[in-house]
Design a protein around this ligand. Sequence first.
Ligand code: UDP
Ligand code: MG
Length: 134
Amino acid sequence: MERTCILLKPDALKRRLAGRIIARIEDKGYIIADARMLQLDEAVLREHYSHLADQSFFPDIVKYMVSGPVLAMIVEGENAVEGTRKIIGATRFEDAAAGTIRGDYAFSTRQNLIHGSDSAESAEIEIGRFFARR
Ligand code: UDP
Ligand code: MG
């Protein structure tokens, strides 16, 4: 069993796609082990997206990610990190294959509905980041 950290981003909730996205994760056989609604702020996004903090578009990512609540989830299953990334689809929406969440619903590389951890190590760090604070 592996754990990953999934965030349904503000556009997923505003577009009322949360149920359909969660259904895809569950249909594939993963378990939602925990979930919480969070209002993120710039400080936590600087940690979470530290690999992008120097990019010119980082302020736009912050604006997007604080525009409403996110639904953070701990998702469990065999190879959950790689498996959920597969059903999420590519970062660039033009590259996201049909049948993936981004391929079917995203029409922007920024507003792309969902985050999934990129390694088991990042997953544990992200779970600590989003589920330790009360
Ligand atoms: N992002 C963006 N423009 C880019 C690359 C990324 O707005 O050119 C945003 C997008 O919301 C993406 C997030 O920053 O999901 C994190 O980027 P990363 O490269 O980690 O992609 P992911 O792991 O989400 O596929
Ligand atoms: Mg990433």
